[in-house]
Design a protein around this ligand. Sequence first.
Ligand SMILES: Nc1nc2c(ncn2[C@@H]2O[C@H](COP(=O)(O)OP(=O)(O)OP(=O)(O)O)[C@@H](O)[C@H]2O)c(=O)[nH]1
Ligand SMILES: [Mg+2]
Ligand SMILES: [Zn+2]
Length: 157
Amino acid sequence: MGVDVLELALKRDGAEARARLTPLLAKRATLVLGPSGAGKSTLVNLMVADAKAQIGEISQALNTGRHTTTATQWYWLDAARTSALIDSPGFQEFGLRHIGADRLAALMPDVGGHAGECRFYNCTHRHEPGCGVLAALARGEIAESRYRIYREIFEEL
Ligand SMILES: Nc1nc2c(ncn2[C@@H]2O[C@H](COP(=O)(O)OP(=O)(O)OP(=O)(O)O)[C@@H](O)[C@H]2O)c(=O)[nH]1
Ligand SMILES: [Mg+2]
Ligand SMILES: [Zn+2]
């Protein structure tokens, strides 16, 4: 999707995680978002010396987080107050119910980037003739796995 992904081991290699995150967090406010138990508060504590954000153990029974953080909290990363990190309560499930099927392609940049090439303005990119998305898929410019995800979510919506 044109989004960079960093894999970090906050507990095993905190120093490396800090070094890689520090330049990305500079001069902006960053919202930490993710399911409960993902390690959001662990990351905040790693980056903010006196944060003391509460960290929860993963529930053995449910294999999920326990919603340890219950309120959104703003932390300054530096004394000059130019960079901030925002810890947030985790979610158990991520829903897309608020999105109309006709808006889905526009929200997946790698898929929707070719929608302007479709013959029909209301193309669903599934079976229409002259579909720019299907053409890009055939040329290998859209990953098959990403197009499959588009189809699956489209059907759900
Ligand atoms: N091994 C390992 N464990 C981690 C890592 N990050 C977090 N944990 C552990 O995962 C558990 C949950 O961490 P939290 O930081 O409380 O997770 P959270 O995302 O803030 O959870 P909520 O506040 O419930 O949304 C704790 O036991 C952490 O020690 C990591 O990078 N590696
Ligand atoms: Mg938390
Ligand atoms: Zn199309």
